[in-house]
Ligand binder design. Sequence first.
Ligand SMILES: [Zn+2]
Length: 117
Amino acid sequence: MKFCYCPECKTLHPRNWYSREKCEVCNSECTTIEVRRSIYGLSMYFVSIVAMILILLYVGHFQMEVSVFDFMSSLSSDVVVAGIFGSIGLAFALQYMDLRRASNEAERIVRNMEGRN
Ligand SMILES: [Zn+2]
């Protein structure tokens, strides 16, 4: 993931698609810092996919009663709903951990950069 470091006002924040190369605080050019996604980030994608599949199965079987999803009959809807909320909650937690780890990494890179100057 990409971070934006502003040498003018010394702020570091995740780079958004809309802010591009500009600092959100003072609008001056910022330095892009790229941090590799961690296992948390990868797990987050995986868990999100699981949540989406559960939602699809839930809607398909319990709401639309599509016959392809009849294998879901052995599960109660409560279990599926709990699974959906559980996986969404887990995805949020993993995203938070990934962002925190990435921020720490970006800060470390900035400290190294500043140290060189
Ligand atoms: Zn700035």
